[in-house]
Design a protein around this ligand. Structure first.
Ligand code: GAP
Length: 453
């Protein structure tokens, strides 16, 4: 259940996202466009860190998975064969009074009759199937022969390139193809900030296997994916695994789990892990007339591989990271008086900026020079931010609010003015504990890298 404190928390998160340039409404100066969002300078870093980490653990650290990057527009036949053209629909009801278009499951029922949740009218249309794909035309003529769609999932590009990739990569089953990319769905009711958007990114793996391995690999990938979320800072107790029931599951799937997260607006899906059998490859084989079979050298058998698919949303995970990181605590201000501190406690691996470097005073040239040297020292290894304006406490606070895990302050001790033994040492401040310690400049990069990689 969502309480008013949860919705208050969500309002604060949305406002912070705008104020500190994580996420803006798309086309804002023209009044926006519903369900579409732009990532600002910090949001894009967070998103990139997430995608890079996914790619690292799913592709680079494994020898059974390779990557690909398919086109967004594909031959319309792909969407016919996959079933999207006929069945990728939501039932929709129109309210004739207020002209709202509603998903059928959002219409409320009172005393046995259906009502519009917006104006209360009972003058509603019958449910109609509404295809969620955005239609477009390829080429100069806008007719039936030039129709295609913006892809509603990245997966289909992997299925239709399966043969090319497996042949060139010389891989044996089980073997996977991973992809990160944009997907588009004309959602009837986009909502909950970026959670349900009309343009979003997916991180998908299609893991091809023998039929008898499917159920076991479904379990394996569910566990791997749960570990992934823990490794980016989402604790296990906020994650839930929902077993999708027989009647909710796609007819071709033999098992599907939804990995859900406790957002402030309720428990919602982050990722689906589905055993899709050989449905997709068989459909494309049938429709294209091209063999998508795999030849097993050991058994000398030819068959259409089965597939297990962990499919995660980039934007939903970014939103979960922000929601999880958002905290308010107490910290002393310049005069030692306690004040509320807003802090994003991102896992250092995900944090947009890894380290902020501050000269204690901006008008003391040796402090500024040393601080600039430290920026140059760290920049090849991580994203660093230099800030010399305002009181040091205020500078810390600005970084806390955007989740920078480490702050380095260059002071007079760094210059050896107070104690020669402290020459070339700096204060290293940790965001969450606010603890400070003296560290040698020569050890900084190594110390920080151990925490952020
Ligand atoms: N290839 C399988 C597939 O696309 P899905 O459950 O429809 O499955 C996978 O989507 C993931 O994509 C979801 O778990 C979610 O994270 C993300 N996703 C789906 N629709 C979305 C939307 N409208 N806005 C943001 N993310 C979405």
């Amino acid at each position: 259940m969502t309480t008013s404190s949860d919705s208050h928390r969500m309002e604060k998160i949305v406002s912070l996202c705008k104020r500190r340039s994580f996420i803006f409404q798309s086309s804002e100066i023209y009044g926006g466009l519903n369900g579409l969002w732009d990532y600002g300078p910090l949001g894009v870093e967070l998103k990139r860190n997430l995608k890079n980490y996914w790619w690292r653990v799913m592709v680079h650290e494994r020898d059974d998975i390779v990557g690909m990057d398919g086109s967004i527009l594909m031959n319309r036949s792909v969407w016919k064969a996959s079933g999207h053209e006929d069945t990728f629909t939501d039932p929709m009801i129109d309210c004739r009074s207020c002209k709202s278009r509603l998903r059928a499951d959002q219409v409320i029922e009172k005393k046995g009759s259906k009502q519009c949740p917006i104006c209360g009218s009972k003058d509603l249309t019958e449910p109609r199937a509404f295809n969620l794909m955005f239609k477009t035309y390829v080429g100069a003529t806008e007719d039936e022969s030039s129709i295609t769609y913006l892809r509603p999932e990245t997966a289909q590009a992997i299925f239709v390139q399966f043969k090319n990739v497996i042949e060139v990569s010389r891989k044996k089953l089980p073997f996977g193809i991973a992809q990160i990319g944009k997907a588009f769905r004309n959602e009837i009711n986009p909502r909950n900030f970026t959670f349900r958007s009309r343009e979003f990114e997916q991180m998908e793996l299609e893991y091809f296997c023998r039929p008898e391995q499917g159920m076991e690999l479904l379990e394996y990938w569910k566990e791997e994916r749960l570990k992934f979320y823990e490794n980016i800072g989402i604790p296990r107790d906020k994650l839930h695994v929902k077993t999708v029931s027989d009647d909710e599951r796609a007819f071709y799937s033999k098992g599907t789990y939804d990995i859900e997260y406790d957002f402030p607006f309720g428990r919602q899906e982050l990722e689906g892990v589905a055993y899709r059998t050989d449905y997709d490859l068989s459909q494309h084989q049938k429709a294209s007339g091209k063999s998508l079979e795999y030849f097993d050298e050991e058994t000398k058998q030819k068959f259409v591989p089965h597939v297990v698919e962990p499919s995660a949303g980039v934007d939903r995970t970014v939103l979960a990271l922000i929601c999880e990181a958002y905290a308010e605590d107490e910290a002393p201000d310049e005069k030692g008086k306690m004040e509320t501190r807003v802090v994003l406690r991102f896992h250092p691996r995900m944090a947009p900026i890894k380290c902020a470097v501050f000269p204690l005073l901006k008008n003391k040239e040796p402090l500024v020079t040393k601080a600039r040297e430290i920026v140059n020292l760290l920049t090849p290894h991580m994203y660093v931010f230099y800030d010399e304006s305002g009181a040091i406490g205020r500078r810390y606070r600005r970084q806390d609010e955007i989740g920078t895990p480490f702050g380095v302050t260059v002071d007079f001790e760094t210059l050896g003015e107070k104690d020669p033994a402290l020459l070339d040492t700096v204060t290293l401040r940790e965001r969450d504990s606010m603890k400070q310690e003296r560290v040698r400049i020569s050890q900084l990069a190594q110390r920080l890298l151990a925490r952020i990689t």
